[in-house]
Write a protein that binds this ligand. Structure first.
Ligand code: PLP
Length: 350
């Protein structure tokens, strides 16, 4: 057997303690899918790729960080892990905890977590607690309880999460042979953008792969990094980035500034429209995952970003199956027919 996973592939580049005991579901190694028709829609003259992180074991990029965080926690013999989550961190923590025989507890904002994510956390055996408040309230509680009790915190405040998530930047450079000119991605709690920037810088130091400019994209109703202050009641259809007080906000601002990029916001309509457009390429992502590309499109169309001759990578963070309701809610009921060939002909050939 040829076991892999991000710790075995890139472990020597990750700053993890000696006691780390690898727990893996063979995450990572996700495809970098060329989307030339989409590039044409945006005006053409450049190369565009989707890093499809929805193909990780639990359907989001969170698995890259979670294999590292849980492996470290297992190595120091904690008995339980806890996180606050808009959904994907919960499912990932629950899966990796289950894999290692640890108990997992996840705090989610009441009524604001997509069906597929909640189902995942429950299926993997997590104890799920709904908080009557926002993600930010849930995260504050998790921080406080882990200071009082021997529970391992596995939110992206945990530095090992970022170590694991750096591996996506390594993979992109390994596939393309260098860093892209631009990287665009959604920003919620801002751990991922921080980790990508760490990863690109590290690879550039050791392999001279160059550095991308980073375009971080928030949802307009949850855009604290664009506004410059926390948002008390963040609102967006893109639940994975419905965060008003990003724990890694400073890292996001640094990534944007140091790379010569920026953080912008897009509307829910733009996000949903890009979700549909991507599905038209055969790539179905959850709404938050379409934000990076929606932001890229608005920047190009406003003449603020000239993509000519560039190579651009858009990170699509989670799978569409995580949030089926967003599609089915607005869907017309499919045609119902008796099992008769004439009627089928009439419906599909006319
Ligand atoms: C967690 C998540 C994000 C946001 O990532 P941060 O590290 O919190 O900025 C975006 N999209 C999806 C699908 C996510 O699960």
């Amino acid at each position: 057997m040829n076991y892999s996973g991000v710790l075995s592939r890139y472990g020597n580049l990750l700053d993890l303690p000696e006691h780390t005991t690898p727990i893996t579901l063979l995450e990572g190694d996700t495809p970098l899918i060329p989307v030339p028709r989409l590039a044409e829609d945006f005006g053409g003259g450049f190369e565009l790729f989707v890093k499809y992180e929805g193909l990780n074991p639990t359907g989001s990029f969170k698995d890259r960080g979670m294999t590292a965080a849980i492996s470290e926690a297992v190595g120091r013999q904690v008995k339980a892990v806890i996180c606050a989550s808009t959904g994907n961190t919960a499912a990932s923590a629950a899966a990796y905890a289950a894999r290692s025989g640890l108990r997992s507890i996840v705090l989610i904002p009441q009524g604001k977590v997509a069906t597929g994510k909640l189902a995942g956390a429950v299926a993997y055996g997590a104890q799920v607690v709904q908080i009557q408040g926002s993600f930010d309230d849930a995260l504050s509680l998790v921080v406080e309880i882990t200071q009082k009790h021997p529970l391992a915190l596995v939110n992206s405040l945990n530095p090992y999460r970022l170590e694991g998530q750096k591996t996506a930047a390594f993979e992109i450079c390994d596939t393309l042979g260098s860093a892209p000119d631009w990287l665009c991605l959604p920003v919620g709690n801002a751990g991922n953008i921080t980790a990508y920037w760490m990863g690109f810088q590290q690879y550039n130091t050791i392999k001279k792969t160059g550095l991308p400019r980073v375009l971080g994209v928030q949802a307009r109703g949850a855009a604290p990094l664009v506004l410059g202050h926390p948002v008390e009641n963040p609102e967006t259809i893109a639940t994975a980035i419905r965060i008003g007080k990003p724990a890694r906000g400073e890292g996001a601002l640094q990534a944007a500034e140091q790379s010569g990029g920026r953080i912008i916001a897009v509307s829910d309509e733009e996000i949903l429209s890009m979700q549909r457009r991507l599905a038209g390429e055969g790539i179905w992502v959850e709404p938050a995952s379409a934000a990076g590309l929606a932001g890229l499109q608005t920047e190009i169309q406003a003449g603020k970003l000239d993509p000519k001759k560039n190579r651009i990578v858009a990170v699509c963070t989670g799978h569409g199956l995580k949030d089926p309701d967003i599609i089915t809610r607005q869907m017309a009921t499919p045609t119902i027919l008796p099992p008769k060939i004439e009627m089928l002909e009439e419906v599909i050939l006319n």
